[in-house]
Design a protein around this ligand. Structure first.
Ligand code: TYD
Ligand code: MG
Length: 484
């Protein structure tokens, strides 16, 4: 090993210092610095130095000289279907050859299951290498068999008998052996499960440390780009809810996907946090069954309560990327027995709830500060966008006044602090989804210009410019009226 001076790298922002500090001087996080031997990077480079591949024969080879942008040839991206329509959409239309995708998520959420099932489907069409650094080959085989028995578990289900013919499995943690196998097989798709479990013997640090994760990923990335292999890396999420060494890997990969969900609920959500080949904030919905993951193509049904309409519920149309989701909100407002009332929200930020309650108190004159308020989004979904505000307000007011929303009503709109109802994006898409699920009334901000569209969809469009007017339109009575 060459000269071994060491630097300290921050695991949360990637900043480097020569000296150890308890607090990172760059991002301010505590105890995030880890030691890294500096000889590591150059050593890894020399070891794998080889002649520059000839662009003519390399297929995806890079030109050696710059060229005018007009003369750069455009080739359509040849995307590879993963077998799951939901997975493909989040990727931006399928796996791009030569791209690097990081799939993160809590342990046990189903990352290995998702990838193994995709492998089943892809192996019928192309060559796949699955590197299992966490489970033994037998364990993977057992699971693979279990999944393989499910008819149509791969989505298409059409690959028939040759399933697994091109599916190579390698249970290995040594980076060097994995690289060798990649070079020998030159698979179209390679899966590394997980990047934290791989280790480079030339580095002093332990597997999973920032230095290891970074070097392993960089070495894999070099080979994948050169061979045009689509590389899927599995990454674990740390206790703080971040991908281990987040900034260290994010810049290196083309897409960062996160797989999330409630361990107690069966559905799982796949999101893109970064994607060089597609839109971010796309959402894929899956359900964990006893024999693997199945895609949920109609997720709105998952997030609708499905019960009889009751007081304190309201339905909104949230938008995740280009995907509209009809979601039910439930609220419970009850007289408080505490000095400061309780406000609890699941699936929506508590600060957002506080703000909406303040707007209702000020502009509708409802004395909500004397009431506890609980709010929940059905199905465990997290709704971040402000377009849910009107729905939250309606659920709270309906619970406070003990009113039931007329059936078939959806509400969409952002609340301004002055009590105005602000326009939201992708309204046409949201209305389409609501109509598709049989909703008949939509309360929306004024000035949408979508009256014709709504009429065509069979939706009654109720436009309002303030939250007070919107609630009157939605509930059919004036909730601010004290004689209620
Ligand atoms: P796994 O893919 O091993 O998670 P990860 O790789 O993200 O750590 O998924 C593990 C969980 O999924 C495990 O708790 C059991 C459950 N599971 C099922 O419910 N059905 C199945 O068919 C499989 C394979 C797993
Ligand atoms: Mg796993």
């Amino acid at each position: 090993m060459a000269k071994s001076s060491s630097v300290f790298v921050c695991t949360s922002c990637g900043a480097q210092t020569r000296q150890f500090f308890g607090k990172c001087s760059s991002c301010g996080s505590w105890n995030s610095l880890v030691e890294q031997l500096q000889s590591a990077a150059p050593a890894a480079d020399t070891r794998r130095r080889r002649p520059v591949p000839n662009p003519a024969e390399g297929g995806e080879g890079q030109p050696k000289r710059s060229e005018p942008i007009q003369s750069v040839g455009e080739r359509p991206l040849q995307r590879l279907a993963t077998g799951y329509g939901e997975f493909d959409r989040v990727l931006g239309g399928g796996l791009v050859p030569g791209s690097l995708v990081l799939l993160g998520g809590d342990p046990g959420i189903g990352k290995s299951t998702l990838l193994l099932q995709s492998c089943r489907s892809m192996a019928g069409r192309t060559s796949v290498l699955y590197v299992s650094a966490e489970e033994s080959a037998q364990q993977v085989k057992l699971r693979w068999r279990r999944l393989a028995e499910v008819p149509g578990a791969d989505g298409a289900g059409a690959e028939g008998q040759n399933l697994g013919a091109d599916f190579q499995l390698l249970a290995e943690t040594d980076l060097e052996l994995v690289l060798q196998e990649l070079e020998a097989l030159r698979p179209a798709v390679a899966i590394i499960d997980s990047i934290q479990a791989l280790h480079d013997a030339e580095l002093g640090s332990a597997p999973g440390s920032v230095a290891q994760v970074r070097e392993c990923a960089a070495a894999l990335a070099r080979i994948a780009k050169r061979q045009n292999t689509a590389l899927l890396l599995v990454g674990h999420v740390t206790k703080e809810g971040m991908l281990a060494g987040p900034k260290v890997l994010e810049h290196l990969v083309d897409a960062v996907l996160t797989f999330e969900g409630d361990r107690f609920a069966s559905h799982r959500l796949l999101r893109a946090a970064k994607n060089r080949f597609g839109a971010t904030h796309e959402l894929g919905v899956f359900e964990m069954r006893d024999r693997g993951l199945a895609e949920v193509t109609n997720p709105s049904e998952l997030f609708l309560g499905g019960d009889e309409p009751s007081a304190g519920t309201a339905t909104i149309v949230a938008c995740e990327g280009t995907r509209p989701l009809v979601v039910e909100l439930q609220s419970l407002v009850s007289t408080t027995s505490y000095a400061s009332p309780r406000r609890t929200a699941t699936g929506i930020g508590t600060n957002r709830l506080h703000q909406i309650l303040a707007v209702l108190e000020k502009h509708l004159g409802l004395p909500l500060s004397r009431f506890d308020c609980y709010l929940a989004v059905a199905g465990g979904l997290e709704v971040e966008e402000p377009a849910a505000d009107l729905g939250v307000a309606a659920a709270v007011v309906a619970s406070y006044r003990d009113l039931t929303m007329p059936p078939g009503t959806v509400l969409v709109g952002e609340l301004g602090l002055g009590g105005q109802l602000r326009p939201v994006g992708q309204l046409e898409l949201r209305l389409g989804e609501a109509a598709r699920l049989g909703f008949t009334r939509a309360v929306v901000p004024k000035g949408t210009g979508l009256a014709k569209v709504a009429a065509g969809l069979g939706l009654q469009l109720l436009e309002a410019s303030t939250v007070a007017a919107a609630l009157v339109a939605a509930l059919g009575v004036n909730p601010a009226d004290d004689r209620m």
